[in-house]
Design a protein. Structure first.
Length: 342
C-alpha cells in the first residue's frame, strides 16, 4: 500500500543526490541544472588553479599538482624523500596535535611509501610520516631536511571549493531559469485537455512547434474546448536575469582575487567605483598569495631552494574570455544601451 520501502542508507544518499521527497523520480530539469553546475565548477576551478605562477621549482615538483592539491585538499607538504633523493611536494594531513602557534607537529604524507609484502603475498603501500616544521624552533642543520614544510592556500588553511560550489550553484540556477524562459518564449502558452483529447492536443502542440501553417483538428468542436494557460513570459526578465548572472560571476571572481568587473563597459563606471572594486579584488588576491609566499619562504629556508610564487596576471584575460563565451555581459549591455537610448 505504501509503495516500495527505501532502506535507511539508500534514503540518505538518494535524498542527497536526487532530492526529496521522491529520490528515485527522474527529473530531467534537475539533472540538467546539476550538469550545468558541474560544468561551471570545472571552469571556475580551472581559473582558480591558474591564479598563481610558480618559479624555481625543481623538476620533481609539478606546479599544476601544487595548485590542484591546495584547491581540493587545502594543504601541500614539501619534504626531502630519501628513497628518490629529491625534494617532493605531496598531499598530506596533519597528524597528532598542534603546538601553541597552531602548527601541526607531524604530517602523514600521501606519497612514495614503503612496500610491505604480507603473508598472502599481496603488496600494500604504507604512508609515511614526517616531523612538522615549526617556525622559530631550534633545529639542527642535519635534521632540517627531515621535516615536512606545509604550504597552505590561506591563513585559515581551508580550501576555496566552498566558494566555487556556492557560486556555481547560483549561476546554474540562473542559467537554468534562462533556458526555461527561452524555451517558453518560443511557445508562451500551454494547452489543457481531458484524458480523451490528450493525444489530439499533443499532436496539435507538435504541429505548432514544427511551424505548420494550417492545422486541421479531427473534430472541429475540439477547437471550442481548447483552453490555453498563459506562462507569463516577460521579455524584460531576460535582461534582468543576465544582469544577475553577471553579478554572481563578478562576485565569485572577486572572492578568488580575479579582476573581472565588466571590463568592456568599464568607461561607464566612475573612477571611485573602479578603484573600490580593484581594492577589494587585490585584498582577496593577497589573502591567498601571502599564505603561499610565507610557505615558500620556509621551504627555501629549510631546503636551500630559490622558489617563488606570484599572481598570474594572465588568468584575468582567461576569466574575461570565459565570461564573453558565456555571454555574461550581454544582458547588462543591452539594459545599459536601452537606458542610453532613452
Amino acid at each position: 500500500m505504501g509503495g516500495k520501502r527505501v532502506s535507511g542508507i539508500d534514503h540518505f544518499y538518494n535524498s542527497a543526490l536526487y532530492g526529496a521527497p521522491n529520490p528515485f523520480a527522474n527529473n530531467p530539469s534537475l539533472q540538467r541544472e546539476r550538469l550545468i553546475q558541474r560544468n561551471l565548477e570545472r571552469n571556475i576551478s580551472e581559473l582558480a588553479v591558474n591564479r598563481f605562477k610558480w618559479e624555481g621549482l625543481p623538476d620533481s615538483i609539478d606546479p599544476r599538482f601544487l595548485e590542484v592539491t591546495m584547491l581540493l585538499n587545502g594543504l601541500v607538504i614539501f619534504y626531502w624523500d630519501d628513497e628518490y633523493d629529491k625534494l617532493l611536494a605531496v598531499k598530506a594531513s596533519a597528524t597528532g596535535y598542534v603546538n601553541f602557534m597552531d602548527w601541526p607537529v607531524a604530517y602523514t604524507i600521501i606519497g612514495p611509501g614503503s612496500r610491505i609484502n604480507d603473508i598472502g603475498g599481496q603488496t600494500t603501500f604504507m604512508p609515511k610520516q614526517v616531523k612538522g616544521f615549526i617556525p622559530m624552533a631550534d633545529a639542527k642543520p642535519e635534521d632540517a631536511k627531515r621535516q615536512g614544510v606545509p604550504v597552505w592556500p590561506n591563513y585559515f588553511r581551508q580550501s576555496d571549493m566552498d566558494t566555487i560550489q556556492i557560486y556555481s550553484s547560483r549561476l546554474a540556477t540562473t542559467d537554468m531559469t534562462l533556458e526555461i524562459n527561452t524555451r517558453n518564449a518560443r511557445q508562451n502558452k500551454v494547452v489543457t485537455s481531458t484524458t480523451n483529447t490528450q493525444l489530439s492536443m499533443v499532436n496539435l502542440a507538435r504541429q505548432i512547434d514544427e511551424g505548420v501553417n494550417v492545422i486541421q483538428p479531427k473534430d472541429a468542436a475540439m477547437m471550442d474546448a481548447i483552453t490555453a494557460i498563459d506562462l507569463g513570459i516577460n521579455p524584460d526578465m531576460f535582461d534582468k536575469l543576465a544582469v544577475l548572472r553577471n553579478k554572481w560571476w563578478n562576485d565569485c571572481m572577486g572572492l578568488l582575487g580575479i579582476n573581472n568587473a565588466n571590463q568592456d563597459k568599464k568607461e561607464r563606471l566612475v573612477e571611485a567605483e573602479v578603484g573600490a572594486n580593484d581594492e577589494q579584488t587585490d585584498s582577496m588576491r593577497y589573502v591567498a598569495l601571502q599564505a603561499r609566499q610565507k610557505g615558500v619562504e620556509y621551504v627555501n629556508q629549510v631546503f636551500g631552494t630559490n622558489i617563488s610564487v606570484d599572481f598570474n596576471t594572465e588568468v584575468e584575460a582567461m576569466a574575461e574570455q570565459a565570461a564573453a563565451m558565456a555571454g555574461i555581459n550581454q544582458g547588462e549591455d543591452s539594459a545599459n544601451d536601452s537606458g542610453e537610448e532613452e
